[in-house]
Design a protein around this ligand. Structure first.
Ligand code: C2E
Ligand code: MG
Ligand code: MG
Ligand code: MG
Length: 291
């Protein structure tokens, strides 16, 4: 705690006291600056989406993309979501920001289709606060209608913890979204405490295996347990009729291992980093040309 740290620093001498208190001030200031900046980020046009291609492992084709949020305040460096999503959550700013993300991603889905790309799927992350926001389903319906994005081409990603907290109301919300034809995926699967059988009660379509399990794959020799968790998750998810997406694929070995286990889809730096929409369009066209 801050008081204890200060007390300790004081005891160590004046120089240390200065050091500690300045660092703490910088941290509080940072948060306040982020918070007030974030308040105006949407209207100032400082938010951007990058898109990370999602690959069908059997064919190697790009079948969709996950929209990933970036914040670029004027005259500053690009800020990654881990640095501001939790502040947006706590302040409730995630609600308008999340609607901007959804609208932008759905409009991009339609733009790609008009540009001659096939009907790519676009995946959008929903935070806990957004998921519990009353009227979420109405908001999603409105955005789909406004943009013309087919509901089946939108996938919403939520984490296990969101389902665990209030399972009954979560199931109702998911059912309403599912009835609209929207696809639903569990993100970062394996990092929470839910079991696959627990997930049976929710109308979900896909599981995204967290990248920590993908990282375990084929790290050492071929004859040990590496990738055992990924293998088990893929088999069980398939037995439940779920599509499996592997996150964080960084090497050809990981891809080969996942493909051998019939993992359906994958994303990761091995295929592509998150990129601006025009770059994804380029990558897609290049892929088609090399066939
Ligand atoms: P996530 O949804 O699990 O997204 C995957 C993250 O892994 C992304 O980080 C992506 O850039 C990164 N990644 C992709 N491939 C690889 C790889 O091969 N290796 C490694 N090490 N990392 C890889 P990013 O873009 O920094 O996003 C971090 C998290 O922030 C996301 O995790 C998601 O939880 C959250 N987030 C991003 N955009 C949004 C948004 O629009 N709304 C909400 N609520 N959350 C968002
Ligand atoms: Mg995600
Ligand atoms: Mg994830
Ligand atoms: Mg994550």
């Amino acid at each position: 705690n801050a008081d204890a740290a200060l007390y300790q620093a004081k005891a160590m001498g004046r120089g240390n006291y200065q050091f500690y208190s300045e660092e703490m001030n910088a941290r509080t200031l940072d948060r306040l600056t982020l918070e007030s900046g974030l308040r105006h980020a949407v209207e100032r046009g400082e938010l951007q989406l990058k898109y990370q291609p999602q690959i069908d492992l059997a064919s190697g084709d790009i079948i969709g993309a996950e929209a990933l949020l970036r914040w670029h305040p004027a005259g500053q460096h690009l800020i990654m979501p881990d640095a501001f999503i939790s502040i947006a959550e706590e302040t409730g700013l995630i609600v308008p920001i999340g609607e901007w993300v959804l609208r932008t991603a759905c409009a991009q889905q339609v733009a790609w289709r008009r540009a001659g790309l096939p009907n790519l799927r676009v995946a959008v992350n929903l935070s806990a606060r957004q998921f519990r926001q009353p009227g979420l389903d109405a908001m999603v319906a409105r955005v789909l209608a406004d943009t013309g994005c087919p509901p089946g081409r939108l996938e919403l990603e939520i984490t296990e913890s969101v389902l665990m907290e209030r399972p009954d109301s979560a199931a109702q919300t998911l059912q309403r979204l599912s009835d609209m034809g929207v696809q639903l995926a569990i993100d970062d699967f394996g990092t929470g405490y839910s079991s696959l059988s627990y997930l049976k009660r929710f109308p979900i379509n896909a599981l995204k295996i967290d990248r920590s399990f993908v990282r375990d794959i084929a790290m050492h020799s071929a004859d040990n347990d590496d990738g055992a968790i990924a293998a088990a998750v893929i088999a069980l998810a398939h037995s439940m009729g779920l599509t499996v997406v592997a996150e964080g694929v960084e090497t050809a070995r990981q891809r080969d291992f996942l493909r051998a286990l019939h993992c359906d889809q994958a994303q990761g730096f091995y295929f592509s980093e998150p990129m601006p929409a025009p770059a994804l369009e380029h990558l897609f066209i290049k892929g088609e040309a090399s066939k």
